[in-house]
Design a protein around this ligand. Structure first.
Ligand SMILES: Cc1cc2nc3c(=O)[nH]c(=O)nc-3n(C[C@H](O)[C@H](O)[C@H](O)COP(=O)(O)O)c2cc1C
Length: 356
């Protein structure tokens, strides 16, 4: 999901190294958490519910999902990436949840790689999201971006925001001006919904409100506490870029703080960034998320134990959400979204900073 050396081979090599690092290295935040440990749901000692009564279905962008879950965008552009996309898309279809493609920059630049993103037939009915970087979207015409979405038969486009990662990459983008204009243009003219998506540093109240003013209706907050792309680039880099990456390796708005800041806006929110179990996902829903996304743990489960490993993990997420629903007396996801929450001091400090 980055610029880098301009050759197709350079881009493919970077994709490979991102997948390797994410599989094997300590790519998650070490000194900052999502702050979901600062959020508590209130126990219902007498829930008048049976597990089989629970209804986890949600509607998102016109698609009905069996659970409020999304495998967020990771990869594309190489044969290896195609296999990951194909397998995880079929996992999403099997589980009745959403799936996001990784950055389609490779196929934007080299149409010969388009086949590595062509996985709609493996997810014929569920939610499928296209993906492009904000800077690349700004450089392309609306027609070209529409074609990227159409070629993969996606339901919506994620435009990813990754200024933190780019700054650490020696060859990354340095000019982020014009981002709101790009998103305004796409929201107005693309013809499919546009989701503004961070990549692990979170979205603030101020940015969310500004995005709302330019016509964006959906955000994936992708906050801090999970995979850190600054850390990934620090691990890839050396010398000055490694030191700058280390300096900023805990940069970002914790996922729970980002959600709590944005919850009473008009925006429809996807929670992601460091969501690692169903209880955190239930808390995210009670904090205002419509869907919960995860990337790294699903990728690792798939690498370790194949398709069944990914399916097992998703079922564990669902079991955790169900337990939290039963124990709060919530029969539906809408009931869970209404639950009162206990919020700790560290999370309150983030919220105080945005209340004027
Ligand atoms: C291997 C890998 C590749 C990723 N590539 C992309 C990408 O191309 N586009 C994008 O929007 N996000 C990308 N992401 C970011 C994820 O979608 C997600 O926002 C982030 O990793 C935080 O979620 P997590 O903590 O569950 O991993 C990638 C994540 C991983 C682990």
């Amino acid at each position: 999901m980055s610029k880098g050396d301009t050759s197709t081979a350079g881009l493919a090599e970077r994709k490979r190294s991102h997948l390797d690092l994410c599989q094997n290295d300590a790519v998650e935040f070490q000194g900052k958490t999502t702050l979901f440990e600062e959020v508590d749901l209130i126990h219902d000692a007498l829930p008048e519910l049976a597990v089989e009564d629970l209804d986890l279905t949600v509607e998102f962008l016109g698609k009905r999902l069996r659970a409020p879950l999304l495998i967020t965008g990771m990869t594309g552009g190489t044969a290896e990436a195609f296999a990951v996309n194909r397998d995880l898309a079929s996992v999403a279809e099997r589980c009745g949840i959403g799936f996001g493609l990784g950055s389609q920059r490779a196929m934007q630049r080299d149409p010969d790689t388009a086949w590595t993103f062509a996985i709609r037939k493996y997810i014929p009915t569920s939610l499928l999201l296209a993906n492009i970087g904000l800077v690349q979207a700004g450089q392309a015409s609306t027609d070209d971006v529409r074609q990227l979405v159409k070629n993969v038969a996606a339901d919506a486009l994620c435009v990813h925001l990754n200024a933190g990662q780019e700054l650490i990459q020696p060859e990354g983008d340095r000019d982020f001006r014009g981002g709101y204009a790009t998103l305004a243009r796409l929201a107005r003219d693309l013809g499919v919904p546009v989701i503004a998506k961070e990549t692990g540093c979170g979205i603030s109240r101020r940015v969310g409100e500004a995005l709302s003013r330019v016509g964006i209706r959906h955000l994936d907050v992708s906050g801090a506490g999970g995979t850190s792309w600054v850390r990934v680039e620090a691990l890839r880099g050396n010398g000055s870029s490694r030191r700058l990456g280390e300096l900023f390796s805990n940069w970002g708005i914790p996922t729970a703080a980002s959600l709590a800041m944005l919850r009473d806006t008009e925006l429809e929110l996807i929670a992601s960034g460091g969501l690692r179990n169903g209880l955190e996902m239930a808390k995210a829903i009670a904090l205002g998320a419509r869907l919960c996304g995860a990337a790294l743990p699903i990728y690792r489960a798939y690498r370790t134990a194949g398709l069944d490993g990914a399916v097992t993990l998703i079922h564990e997420f669902i079991d955790g959400i169900k337990a939290a629903m039963l124990l709060t007396g919530s029969r539906t996801i809408a009931d869970l979204a209404q639950q009162p929450l206990v919020i700790g001091e560290r999370l309150k400090a983030w919220l105080a900073a945005v209340q004027r």
